[in-house]
Design a protein around this ligand. Sequence first.
Ligand SMILES: [Zn+2]
Length: 173
Amino acid sequence: MRAMVVEVEGRHAILLGRDAFYPAPIAFTLAHEIGHAALGHIGNNKTLVDIGDSSFGSEDQEEQEADRYGLELLTGSAEPVITTNIDNFSARGLAEACLEAGPSRGIEPGTLALCTGYVRDDWVVANAALRHVYSERKPVWQEINAMAAGELNWGNLSDESIEYLGSVMGNDG
Ligand SMILES: [Zn+2]
C-alpha cells in the first residue's frame, strides 16, 4: 500500500504506507492523497487506498485529478512547464539547477527535480539528483510521525488506542 485516506465525520486522516530517504517523493504521495480528500473522492466513513507506485500516467479519472491537485499544491500549477537549457543533465547538474531555480519560484528543489524527471521521463537522473539536493539521507517517516504525534489529541484517546498508535507510529516509549 502506498497510502490510504479515511474520512470520519467530515475530517480526513492520511496514512502513508511508504517511506523514502528524502522528503520529495513522500511530498508527492502526500499531496496526491490531500487531493483525494479535497476533491471529495472519499465518502463519509469510507476509505480510499492507493496501491503500488505513483499513479502518474493512470487512466483512472480520480487518480488523474488527484495528481493534478498534488502538482498544483507543490508547484503552483497542475501542469508545470519545465524547460531545460541542456539535454543531458547529470544528477549533480540537475540538483544544482533545481537548487538555483526552485526557491525563487516557490518550489522545493527536490520536488522540482522530480517534476523534471516526470517531464523528461528520466526518473533515474531525477531520483539520483535528490542525493545532491538534500544534505542528509534519513528515513522520512520518523519526522512525519513525530509531527503527526504532535497533532494528535492523546488526552482524548483510550489507553488501548494510545498503545496501538504508539506502536504503529514507532514512537512509543
Ligand atoms: Zn490516488
